[in-house]
Design a protein around this ligand. Structure first.
Ligand SMILES: *Cc1c(COP(=O)(O)O)cnc(C)c1O
Length: 430
């Protein structure tokens, strides 16, 4: 399997090249060059097949030219000491919980697999790499946890001082070891600009082997297909007209599901659920794609006005609006509906949902009014990460997972830096 960029399709690269590059040199996103037929393998999975076995066999099949079976299963074993869980809340709606990883969000799946793959490749190369990443709060913690104690990899995370939540800050600044947090006197945009400038500084970038762990990395996209396939296997015998409903922002999660579908998962379709940042739903309805600046909502990890993975989606559907809208339906959910849904799930089902999960669940209910079949809706974060919204909606506090409570008690360690490339250089060169 080789990979090409969504823009210029002339240069095929290996998985290893794609993950150490992050973004393609032409600014495009890496995609599998062909759509492999894995239907035989997918059909062999049963409800008893473990998540790890599914991850190992799918990554082994996709990357067989680069990784032998042992390496593939070693990467997965090291990456996934957590699993998804399925909860049935309704006759026709099940929730696929993806927040049982170290940072309590679904991004743990992608980040862990990427970190584990990089560690494997660096072992055979005997070289070192430095991950440089900017975060507005949430994604950084999945990356930090995923790369913690990985050999030959140093991680530097930039975050805007005073602009992340106390829990998020603790998640970024308390690991120590190979994880360093730089608290930037400035905004998230400043952090992103500094990272970009560092990558463009060839001398610096080469000397430190700067590498990205950005959410658009192919190494984070591929593993997100594994839990769809695990859920698909779990639903064996009840798969008549099954659809996945995916709360979406940058659309990496949904793109991974679509890939699994094309590899041979015979689900009926998908529902793209968004908050009022609805450029993709609008495209699905009208065929017009109009990126715009994002609006703030309660489900803030989905506040994206120009979803980068849309390029990949178009590629998967041969740039055809008709093909895409055949497979994907859309639902748009407002903040007041989100809050009402959080309250309703608690009262009626005794289920605690975070705002993103609530968007997905209500989208599934809306869809059910005019469509048939079962729905598996993805739960992308633990409610304990969004206590304020949860409390506002229900008047109660959500349960806190132990791993979040523990983090709150640890001591913050970060370096305060100015928002300039020079300050960043000095901090990371020493
Ligand atoms: C990142 C994130 C999303 C959106 O996922 P995309 O792949 O960007 O569509 C949804 N929910 C939570 C909690 C997230 O962190």
């Amino acid at each position: 399997m080789k990979f090409f960029s969504t823009r210029e399709k002339n240069e095929a690269v290996s998985f290893k090249q794609a993950i150490f590059r992050g973004l393609a040199p032409d600014g495009g996103l890496y995609m599998p060059e062909t759509i492999p037929d894995l239907s035989g393998l997918i059909d062999s999975f049963t409800p008893e097949t473990s998540f790890n076995d599914i991850a190992s066999s799918i990554s082994g099949a996709l990357l067989e030219e680069e990784l032998d079976t042992d390496a593939a299963s070693r990467i997965c074993r090291r990456a996934f000491d957590f699993e998804p869980r399925m909860v049935e809340l309704d006759d026709n709606i099940s929730v696929l919980e993806l927040f049982h990883g170290p940072s309590c969000a679904f991004k743990d799946f992608g980040a862990s697999f990427l970190a584990s793959s990089m560690e494997e490749f660096l072992k055979t190369d005997s070289r070192k790499a430095m991950i440089l990443t900017a975060t507005s709060g949430d994604t950084g913690s999945a990356v930090a946890r995923a790369f913690f104690e990985k050999k030959n990899i140093e991680v530097v995370i930039l975050y805007p001082s005073g602009r992340v939540s106390p829990l998020q800050e603790k998640q970024l600044t308390t690991l120590g070891g190979n994880i360093r947090a730089l608290e930037v006197k400035g905004s998230f945009d400043d952090c992103q600009r500094m990272v970009k400038e560092a990558f463009l500084d060839r001398q610096l970038s080469d000397r430190l082997s700067l590498t990205s762990a950005n959410s658009i990395s192919l190494g984070r996209l591929i593993p997100q297909s594994f839990y769809y396939l695990w859920a698909w296997a779990q639903m064996s015998g009840r798969r008549e007209d099954l659809r996945f409903c995916v709360p979406s922002g940058n659309f990496g999660n949904l793109t991974a599901g679509i890939m699994a579908h094309f590899w041979g998962m015979r689900n009926k379709g998908f529902i793209a659920a968004t908050n009022i940042n609805d450029v993709v739903p609008e495209y699905l309805k009208s065929g017009e794609f109009t990126p715009r600046s994002s609006k703030l909502t309660l489900s803030n990890a989905m506040d994206v006005g120009n979803p980068s993975n849309f390029e990949r989606m178009l590629e998967l559907f041969d740039q055809s609006h008709e093909k895409m809208s055949d497979l994907i339906r859309e639902e748009v959910i407002t903040d007041s509906q989100t809050k009402a849904m959080i309250a309703k799930l608690l009262v009626e089902k005794n289920y605690e949902a975070d705002p993103h999960t609530a968007v997905g669940y209500l989208a599934a209910e809306h869809y059910k009014k005019h469509g048939s079949g079962r729905i598996v809706t993805l739960s992308t974060a633990h409610p304990g990460k969004f206590t304020e919204v949860f409390q506002e909606a229900t008047g109660k506090k959500p349960h806190m997972p132990q791993r979040l409570e523990k983090v709150m008690k640890l001591k913050k360690e970060s370096t305060l830096v100015e928002n300039t490339l020079d300050a960043l250089k000095e901090a990371i060169s020493g």
